[in-house]
Design a protein around this ligand. Structure first.
Ligand code: NAD
Ligand code: MG
Length: 390
């Protein structure tokens, strides 16, 4: 077997859930994998703690008001790590010779500029930041295609599909993609039972440990909606060929059906370190720290149809994909505003889909022929949704 190539890795969103899983896998392979750039939004103490452990060449704090704290903290710890602040530093480092691999794990549309910069520079891109694909999927895929950047999806479903579609031959025979969904903490509840659920209940995911935003998205099924749009861009699949199946055990991470009647699936315990290890090593395989699957112990795999009445966000995402143009960008932006307001207890759980739907009704989709148009659509949807919250 050939040796795993050495990789210099930038981890954007290092202090988050995916960031922690990425650094865990990296630390298991000190001879080949090295975290050279670590970046976080505003948690400077958490970033400093990671710098003491992983000793990167560069550390970035997106919130520029924290730059002094970062610089002083690195100096006091006796580290050579160079401090940086602001979004431009993220883009510059993503494109720099200090990394060949970028883990894009910033949450929300804020991750788009650095993700695009990494794609443009031809890096191996471990793409967890699904919002950037929802917002600007065509542009991101085209940019990666032009530069030769390899995108490995770091979403359990898309990573599963990626593993099941190894080459162009497999792709050519693809008939259908089936994304599995855990159903989230409110699976089985009727719409009438969701009016008074709290942020604490919404982020208590039964199977996955994740950041607060994606946890709420999982509870509304907007996460699955974003993933339908993500799958459309990553695998060039039309809307009609993408289905969603609720699978509460979260062991089958997704399935692909081929024209000959074959269905392939990828299975494993619900732990993102598997997807990250695939991203670092593909087409090779490396240890991730995740145990193998004991199906005898789990006993059964159940499947059911999603309830679009209780969880209208999934329907709204399918509709936005169908409408095309700026609609997915506006869906994503309105959802980010709504989820943030819900987490701050300013709106109720069922107001999340209501706010997204009202925004999409008020702002008709237009053709999305440039990044500027998409950014303006994102901003307009944020203004509309914020005004509705207020
Ligand atoms: P998280 O909230 O745990 O972490 C988010 C990270 O982004 C933090 O490090 C934070 O400092 C950073 N950040 C936030 N705003 C920023 C900004 N403006 N500029 C720079 N950095 C910023 O979130 P997470 O659960 O790790 O999710 C990260 C991304 O991965 C999301 O797009 C999510 O949808 C996707 N994802 C996560 C999981 C999972 O299991 N957690 C699974 C699939 C996909
Ligand atoms: Mg997922």
């Amino acid at each position: 077997m050939s040796q795993l190539p050495a990789r210099n890795i930038a981890v954007f969103g290092a202090t988050g859930s995916i960031g922690a899983s990425a650094l865990d896998v990296i630390a298991r392979h000190p001879d080949r994998l090295r975290a050279t750039v670590l970046a976080a939004g505003s948690k400077v103490d958490a970033l400093l703690a990671l710098c003491r452990t992983h000793r990167p060449l560069h550390a970035v704090i997106a919130d520029a008001t924290q730059f002094d704290a970062l610089r002083t903290g690195l100096r006091d710890a006796g580290l050579d790590t160079q401090p940086h602040a602001g979004e431009q530093a993220l883009e510059d480092l993503a494109a720099s010779a200090h990394c060949d691999t970028v883990v894009a794990a910033i949450v929300g549309a804020a991750g788009l500029p650095s993700t695009l910069a990494a794609a443009k520079a031809g890096k191996r891109l471990l793409l967890a930041n699904k919002e950037s694909l929802v917002l600007a999927g065509e542009l991101l895929m085209q940019t990666a295609h032009d530069s030769g950047a390899v995108i490995v999806p770091i979403d359990s479903e898309h990573n599963a599909i990626f593993q099941c579609l190894p080459d162009a031959h497999a792709h050519a025979g693809l008939k259908r993609i089936v994304l599995t969904a855990s159903g989230g903490p409110f699976r089985g509840r009727h719409r009438a039972e969701l009016g008074s659920v709290t942020p604490e209940q919404a982020i208590a995911h039964p199977k996955w440990s994740m950041g607060p935003k994606i946890s709420v998205d999982s509870a509304t099924l907007m996460n699955k909606g974003l993933e339908v749009i993500e799958a459309h861009h990553l695998f060039g699949a039309p809307r009609e060929s993408i289905d969603v199946l609720v699978h509460p055990q979260s062991l089958v991470h997704s399935l692909v059906e081929f024209v000959d009647g074959s269905t392939l699936a990828q299975l494993g315990l619900p732990d993102m370190r598997t997807a990250l290890a695939v991203g670092f090593a593909w087409p090779q395989r490396i240890a991730s720290g995740v145990q193998g699957l004991d199906l005898l112990q789990h006993g059964r795999l159940d499947f059911e149809a999603p309830d679009l009445d209780a969880f209208p966000c999934l329907r709204l995402a399918f509709e936005a994909l169908q409408a095309g143009g700026t609609a997915p960008a506006m869906l994503n932006a309105a959802n980010e505003v709504a989820v943030s307001a819900f987490l701050q207890r300013r709106i109720a759980f069922l107001s999340i889909p209501a706010l997204v739907e009202a925004t999409l009704d008020a702002l008709p989709a237009t053709a999305a022929n440039s990044l500027d148009v998409l950014r303006e659509a994102d901003a307009a949807a944020r203004r509309h949704a914020s005004a509705a919250v207020a």
